[in-house]
Design a protein around this ligand. Structure first.
Ligand SMILES: [Zn+2]
Length: 430
């Protein structure tokens, strides 16, 4: 993909780095860290398919536990003498959410025992995460509900079937971060994961008012989803567009401003700052305990045609979204950019990542947490989506005549020839 086919792919003007994945996300027990190793927090998040339990520690400890398995009870032994709990950490936690029944923390002079009682039919995966910039050492247990994968497959298949039946364009909106990955933190404890969800809901609400468009969220509450799974959800539901919402943050306190929209780069980022930003957003998976995955080894003519077509249309989508956000004038435009964001790697549909504004900037964080601004962003982005569909030649609320012309989405799935044509004449111009 050439940079700047439309002359709007800009490099970042100043050096900055998003801190998205490294911000502290935990309300943990107050008070000074004790001299001895301690369990400093026990937290849990319920997602539709699984529940995640995280134990925080003030130091790295060894844990004896199975990597994975099933059963009604999981016992984690930590043979660290002198291990205590900080004030406020519960000894017993009733969860009762159909994956985890309850959790018990028992400390003895020789160490600690963490016991999780699990619901019937569940399976679990347990792992530790090293301490990082501002995250403590953690032991994480993911508990998957009985039949969760089958239920999810059925849910997404029914979305895809309804889309076909109703002849609508399906837009998947991805609220960045979630659960124990809180994203960047702004002044006053404003968390990126909450802002992204609020903006995503506003955008979905606006799009769902339009005839011929349906919008859904990859997450509609506070839980972690691995980056790859975010676009896989949209692929399974046969989405036509994918929009991931984030907030930027600069390492320099209070600095950085403006909004920018990214699409995938295959050859590296627009510049070093954009590469840093992608690295940090991609680190969300490390925070979530997802092992690094090799690139898909899918190489072939059809794959490349799809990928190029998706990239061309992603650029058009990025341009239309930014044009409509920039009209607001409260946040300056930083331009369209490219970087290797893992969440943008689908070849099935155009996908972009919107860095709405800088959450560490005192002026912009006031906007980001303001429901009126969130609603305005939703309206602007929705207008950008409509503009994209228009320029891509996609009729919304199209008559149900079977002879309707192929759309970019249709061509990307099947007709390689028309996708090649799109590349020669401009994104979506067929
Ligand atoms: Zn982010």
């Amino acid at each position: 993909m050439r940079n700047g086919r439309r002359g709007k792919v800009l490099g970042a003007a100043i050096a900055l780095a998003c801190l998205c994945a490294f911000a502290p996300c935990v309300a943990r027990a107050d008070g000074p860290a004790p001299a001895e190793p301690a369990i400093s927090a026990v937290r849990n998040w319920s997602a539709p398919s699984n529940t995640r339990v995280v134990f925080d520690f003030t130091r790295t400890v060894d844990a004896v536990m199975p990597d994975s398995g099933s059963g009604r009870q999981l016992v984690v032994r930590i043979p660290a003498s002198g291990l205590v709990t900080t004030p406020g950490v519960p000894r017993f936690l009733a969860v009762g959410d159909s994956a985890v029944d309850s959790i018990a923390v028992v400390t003895e002079p020789s160490g600690a025992t963490l016991t999780l009682w699990l619901a019937a039919g569940t399976s679990f995966r347990a792992f530790s995460l090293p301490a990082s910039e501002d995250k403590p050492f953690r032991i994480v247990v993911d508990v998957t509900r009985a039949g969760a994968q089958d239920a999810e497959n059925r849910r997404l298949a029914s979305i895809a079937a309804a889309k076909r039946r109703d002849r609508v364009r399906l837009v998947y909106i991805d609220a960045g971060h979630g659960g124990d990955d809180s994203g960047a933190r702004g002044p006053g404890g404003v968390l990126e994961k909450n802002v992204t969800l609020a903006v995503a809901r506003e955008l979905a609400g606006q799009l769902n008012k339009l005839p011929g468009v349906r919008a859904l969220l990859t997450r509609d509450s506070d839980f972690f989803i691995p980056l790859r799974q975010r676009y896989k959800i949209a692929e399974q539901a046969r989405a036509d567009l994918f929009i991931s919402i984030h907030c930027n943050s600069s390492r320099r306190r209070g600095s950085g401003s403006g909004t920018e929209v990214y699409f995938l780069s295959l050859k590296g980022a627009s510049d070093a700052a954009d590469r840093d930003l992608a690295d940090i957003e991609n680190a969300a998976d490390l925070v979530g305990g997802v092992p690094p995955q090799a690139e898909d080894d899918v190489v072939g003519v059809l794959y490349n045609v799809r990928r190029n077509s998706a990239l061309e249309r992603s650029q058009l989508l990025a341009e239309e979204l930014l044009d409509h956000i920039a009209a607001d004038r409260r946040v300056e435009s930083r331009g369209i950019k490219q970087a290797g964001f893992a969440v943008l790697k689908s070849v099935e549909f155009p996908s972009v990542l919107v860095e709405t504004a800088f959450i560490n900037n005192p002026r912009e964080v006031k906007l980001l947490k303001d429901p009126e601004f969130q609603a305005a962003l939703g309206r602007q982005l929705a207008a950008g989506v409509v503009s994209y569909f228009t320029k891509a030649g996609v009729q919304l609320g199209a008559p149900s005549a079977p002879s309707a012309p192929a759309t970019p989405s249709d061509s990307s799935r099947g007709a390689a020839g028309s996708a090649v044509g799109a590349r020669a004449t401009g994104a979506g111009s067929h």
